[in-house]
Design a protein around this ligand. Structure first.
Ligand SMILES: [Zn+2]
Length: 112
């Protein structure tokens, strides 16, 4: 993993995911703004997305839903820990497992 991340700067990718999230400023309340970016080990962006507005699919879903062949070494960057429970359907964690995402870099953990 050490050599794996040495080819890209995780701080830059995480900052880009935060900038993406800002596209939905004032639209996500009471939820936080969240962006996500899926990159290869050399930093090539494979997909990205952000939480559009409250009640809409989460950033991770937007980023991953249309991808069917995800490289084994892809890393998903998300400023906030992904949800692991959804009353109305699949959680983002479930989707990541289904899509076989092995590496996830989060900015912070959720309190709840
Ligand atoms: Zn989620």
């Amino acid at each position: 993993m050490e050599g794996f991340l040495s080819r890209l700067d995780p701080n830059i990718i995480m900052d880009q995911s935060i900038q993406l999230a800002k596209h939905a400023e004032f639209k996500t309340a009471p939820d936080p703004m969240v962006g996500s970016i899926l990159v290869t080990s050399d930093g090539t962006v494979l997909s990205q997305g952000y939480y559009l507005q409250a009640g809409k699919p989460h950033a991770e879903v937007i980023t991953l839903k249309h991808l069917f062949a995800i490289p084994e070494n892809a890393i998903l960057f998300i400023p906030l820990e992904p949800c692991s429970f959804q009353k109305t359907g699949q959680s983002c964690t479930d989707l990541m497992i289904k899509k076989k995402i092995k590496y996830v870099c989060i900015g912070c953990r959720k309190i709840n």
